[in-house]
Design a protein around this ligand. Sequence first.
Ligand code: PLP
Length: 437
Amino acid sequence: MEISKIYSRNLSKLPGDSIESRVIAIEENIRESDTWRRLEQVCSEAGETDPAQLARDEDFWDLIARSIYEPEGPFLNLNHGSINTMPIPVIRAQEAYTRLCNELPGYWFFEGFNTHREKLRAKLAVLLRTNPEEVSIQRNTSSAMETAIFGIPISEGDEVILSKQDYPTLVYAWKQREIYDGVKLKWVDVPLPSEDDDALIQPYLKAITEKTRVIQVMEMFNWNGQIVPVEKLRDKIGNHDIALLVDGAHIPGQLPVNLEKAAYTYWGASLHKWISGPVGTGVLSVRKDWISRTKPLFGASDPRSDDIRKYENFGIHNTPKDLALHTAIDLFNLIGEENKRQRLHYLKNYALERLSEIKKVQIKTSLKPQYSCALGMFSIEDIPSEVVGHILFDQHKIYNVAPVWGGLDGVRISPNIYHSTADMDRLVEAVNKIAKA
Ligand SMILES: Cc1ncc(COP(=O)(O)O)c(C=O)c1O
């Protein structure tokens, strides 16, 4: 029996108690706030405008920015790829759930919040276009993906295909399985950037042998924002004995997700990135027929069960933070999936197109929407990207990351919807100065 059931007093069944209404009131208060109403008005005025046209409407996005975001201060934050800034209603929701929880923390954690947590699972399933019974609420992509990496039933000699450009925490996890369990890692090199589907998926296909049990693939590489045609890869693999483990860290909130159609074996993502949820929120999806054979990372009373909830035995954790995802998803839906995708893509392209006109600047991200969205990368000939990144931050107060990994290096920019083209001009001007110095 799970610990929450052992501790449960079934208080929600006490007569006269309106547990669920206390929780629902939090969401209602947010929706009735001036901020939310202003946002609803702004979005309804935008009406039926074509998302491509709306993406260029600085006034619309300025209103969104002023409705739900705090001003940025002196810094220009061009690293939303690591963690998005939380919109004000999401901060308010987290605070309200925290205050409610604080009245009787043990009670709310073990039972009071349970119904609302299940409603969150259902809401996530709608967002990801899948079945709630395949959705596990996690802390981030690392915990989601590592649940699969350490839980998948493979053993000594079995082969795992992954790329040199994969995200470090996942690479380290696989290296542990190599050390402790003798699984064989087969590294492929993915050409980044690329606008050639075949070039992106062939390295994986060529590495397949009769011993291949898993292929791990990034749906969007975090370094330069490269989108990989994972569904094409899945179709070409064809062999259902090979598990497809997909890192979708950056996908929700940037690109539409349809997990039912995709039918990946495992898919993990962060919700503190482009869904703009509270820090430390993520999701794992496991295909129903793989749940019973994939053991949980933290012990469960029935590890062979096919109940997706067996992956959520982390001990006591911050449920108010998870529940504020309700607001983050509502907000995302209000702004509109396609409106957000197009705005992010437009802003990143606006910056990269202008940067490409500067002598010595190299662009390392495709500008085409099927190969990138919010993330972009560039470098300056003869100046190490780490140095460029430091100058941008120290002298121009432009926050960025300048990763060197898997043969790729550059300065990564990842603006958010509340930025303006004037913000992108500020970046371009700063890079221009650095390149000419
Ligand atoms: C592609 C990719 N995978 C995994 C992760 C890990 O995400 P988290 O730190 O939320 O666990 C990240 C984080 O930036 C990422 O970009």
